[in-house]
Design a protein around this ligand. Structure first.
Ligand SMILES: O=C(O)c1ccccc1N[C@@H]1O[C@H](COP(=O)(O)O)[C@@H](O)[C@H]1O
Length: 199
């Protein structure tokens, strides 16, 4: 089970995620997010992370050149896009040496024929970063193939059940490991990673 902890902004919570055994830590660059971080600050946090852990930049609806500039200056390994980007955009990011995650809300995933098998898919509720869950039974008509991550309203108490019913290859969390909006809790991060791993 691949575990990503998203929306980190402090050294303490990055260290907690890494020590708990997370596979990826995420930094949010989407305008308007309560977890927004500057590239320079993300770069300092990413430098604390061992090479075995992915450092993911999260973007929504930003031009690809801006995404590349930010991810490069923060020295990230991976780019997660929540917009309506096309296959060519993901190809461009990979050609520049980044790994990619294509984030789609469940309804867009069901409606859209995806042609690019090189993306890892993240299936989420329609309003990302809001702690909202969706009914994963909705995916039964078209179960995702390959490597995909489940997100949307996960927390330490519900992640094991979500993993058992939807059988994703990984999970991603933001709101569910916060003590208040935008403020991560090291304790909740540790509990989330343990619960996901033991599912
Ligand atoms: O976290 C945000 O503020 C955010 C903003 C814009 C796009 C994505 C964002 N976060 C992503 O949202 C999901 C899960 O969120 P939650 O656990 O339901 O709060 C996850 O993929 C984050 O990377």
């Amino acid at each position: 089970m691949y575990v990503k902890i998203c929306g980190l902004r402090t050294a303490e919570t990055v260290d907690a995620a890494v020590e708990a055994g997370a596979d990826a830590v995420g930094f949010v660059f989407a305008p308007g997010s309560p977890r927004l971080i500057e590239a320079q600050a993300a770069c300092a946090l990413a430098a604390r992370v061992p090479g075995t852990v992915e450092t993911v930049g999260v973007f929504r609806g930003q031009p690809v050149e801006e995404v590349l500039a930010t991810a490069s200056s923060a020295r990230l390994t991976t780019i997660q896009l929540h917009g309506d980007e096309e296959d060519e955009d993901f190809e461009r990011l990979r050609a520049e040496g980044f790994r990619t995650i294509r984030a789609l809300s469940w309804d867009v995933y069901l409606a859209r024929a995806l042609t690019d098998p090189l993306d890892r898919l993240l299936i989420d509720a329609p309003l990302p970063g809001n702690g909202t869950r969706f009914d994963t039974d909705l995916l039964l008509d078209r179960p995702p193939r390959g490597f995909w991550l489940l997100a949307g309203g996960l927390d330490p108490a519900n992640v094991a059940g979500a993993v058992r019913s939807a059988a994703p290859k990984g999970v991603d969390v933001s709101s569910g490991v916060e003590s208040s909006k935008g403020v991560k809790s090291a304790d909740l991060i540790r509990r989330f990673v343990a619960a996901a791993r033991n599912a």
